[in-house]
Ligand binder design. Structure first.
Ligand SMILES: *Cc1c(COP(=O)(O)O)cnc(C)c1O
Length: 368
C-alpha cells in the first residue's frame, strides 16, 4: 500500500473541491477584495450554524484570541487561566494582550481544562478562564460557566479545534463572553490559508471587535480606537462558506473513523484511547492515543509508511519562551505525561477504510 499521510486534502464529500474552486473563481471575478458581502455572508452563516448572535471574521486564530482578550479589557497584570497542554497560540495571545497566562493541568481522562482545576488557580488578579476544546472534544462547560459566574470572571473559549462540537447540545464557541476560533487549513473547518473568527452574543463586544479589527474605524476614516488590521480575506470567506455547508458531514465522517479506531484498538498493548465525557461531543480534530512506548511506535509506523503527529511534544509551561514565568519540570505532571506519551493517528475526511485498517494492523504488529 502507498504511504498513508497523517493529513491530506481529499475530495470529501465528493465534489467539494470543485465547489471550492468555483467559489474562489467567483470571488476573483467579483472585483471586490476587502470586506465585501462575501465576508458578511460567511460571518452570518457561521454565527447561525453555532447559534450565536455575532461572528466577526479576522485574519487568523491567534488574532481572534488577542481580539477576544482585548474585548474584555485584558491589560497589564491580568491573569488568564490557560491549560498547559494547548497549541502555543492560546498562551501567546494572552501575553500579546498584556496579560499573564496562568498555566494549569488538564483532566487526566479528557485532557481538557475542568472547573475544579481552574478554581484552584483563581486569584484576586484573575480576569478570565480560557478553556480550549482540545483535539475536538467539548470541555465540560456546565461547571466552567458556573465557576465563572460565581467569581465574576469571563470565559473565553478557544474552539480552534472544535467547530461543530457541542456541550449538552449547545455549540462550543457560544458559552464564553467572547470566543475565538481558527480556520487554519487543517482545522475541521479550514480555509486555503490563514483565517479566524471571534464569536459573541454580546452586541457591544461585537461592535468593539468589528471596529478594532479594521483599524478602529467606526465609519471610513473615522477612528475612535487605535485598532489593527486583521480582516478575514474575501477569497477565504467565499470558500469557507462552501465548506461550512459540509461541516456536519465531515465531522460525522471523522466520528465514524474514530469509532473504527476505538473498536479495533481496544486492549492493544498499553494503548490508551480517547475518552469522551458525558454531555460532551467530540469532533476528532485529532485522534490521540497514548503509549509508554510512543517514540518507538511512531518510528515503527513511519517505517511502515504511516505518518503520525505529536500534539504537543513540549507543554507550554516548559517552552523556553515561557521560562520567565518560572515553571519547572514536574510542576504539571499530567500535561508533561501527555507530552511524553501522546501520538496522533491519521484521521481526516477522505481517509479510506483500507488505509485505516493498515494503521490498525501496524499498531497491533508493533505490540506483537
Ligand atoms: C490552530 C490553533 C490556534 C491558532 O490558529 P492560527 O489560525 O494558526 O493562528 C489557536 N488555538 C488552538 C488550540 C489551535 O489549535
Amino acid at each position: 500500500m502507498a504511504a498513508i499521510p497523517y493529513f491530506e486534502f481529499r475530495d470529501f464529500p465528493e465534489g467539494s473541491m470543485a465547489a471550492v474552486e468555483e467559489a474562489l473563481l467567483q470571488a476573483v471575478r467579483s472585483n471586490r477584495y476587502i470586506l465585501s458581502e462575501k465576508v458578511t455572508a460567511f460571518e452570518t452563516s457561521f454565527a447561525a450554524m453555532l447559534g450565536a448572535a455575532h461572528a466577526i471574521g479576522v485574519g487568523n486564530g491567534y488574532d481572534a484570541l488577542v481580539l477576544a482578550l482585548k474585548a474584555i479589557g485584558t491589560g497589564p497584570g491580568d491573569e488568564i487561566i490557560v491549560p498547559a497542554n494547548t497549541f502555543i497560540a492560546s498562551a501567546n495571545a494572552v501575553v500579546q494582550a498584556g496579560g499573564v497566562p496562568v498555566l494549569v493541568e488538564p483532566d487526566r481522562n479528557t485532557y481538557n481544562l475542568t472547573a475544579a482545576v481552574a478554581e484552584r488557580a483563581i486569584t484576586a488578579r484573575t480576569k478570565a478562564i480560557m478553556p480550549v476544546h482540545l483535539y475536538g472534544q467539548a470541555c465540560e462547560m456546565g461547571t466552567l460557566v458556573k465557576l465563572a459566574t460565581q467569581h465574576k470572571l469571563h470565559l473565553i473559549e478557544d474552539f480552534a479545534q472544535a467547530h461543530g462540537a457541542t456541550y449538552a447540545g449547545k455549540a462550543v464557541g457560544t458559552f464564553g463572553t467572547v470566543n475565538a476560533t481558527s480556520f487554519y487549513p487543517t482545522k475541521n473547518l479550514g480555509a486555503l490559508g490563514d483565517a479566524g473568527a471571534v464569536v459573541t452574543n454580546d452586541a457591544s463586544i461585537a461592535a468593539f471587535v468589528h471596529s478594532y479589527h479594521n483599524y478602529g474605524e467606526t465609519e471610513k476614516y473615522h477612528n475612535k480606537l487605535i485598532g489593527v488590521n486583521s480582516r478575514l480575506d474575501v477569497l477565504q470567506a467565499a470558500m469557507l462558506q462552501v465548506k461550512l455547508a459540509s461541516l456536519q458531514k465531515t465531522n460525522a465522517e471523522r466520528q465514524r473513523q474514530a469509532q473504527l479506531y476505538l473498536q479495533k484498538l481496544e486492549g492493544v498493548g498499553d494503548v490508551v484511547l480517547p475518552i469522551t465525557a458525558p454531555d460532551c461531543s467530540h469532533v476528532y480534530h485529532v485522534f490521540n492515543i497514548r503509549s509508554s512506548r510512543r517514540d518507538a511506535l511512531k518510528a515503527y509506523l513511519q517505517e511502515q509508511g504511516i505518518q503520525t503527529a505529536i500534539h504537543y511534544p513540549v507543554p507550554v509551561h516548559l517552552q523556553p519562551a515561557y521560562r520567565y514565568l518560572g515553571y519547572k519540570s514536574c510542576d504539571l505532571p499530567i500535561a508533561e505525561e501527555l507530552a511524553a506519551d501522546s501520538l496522533s493517528l491519521p484521521l481526516f475526511p477522505g481517509l479510506r477504510e483500507e488505509e485505516q485498517l493498515a494503521v490498525v494492523k501496524a499498531v497491533k504488529e508493533f505490540f506483537g
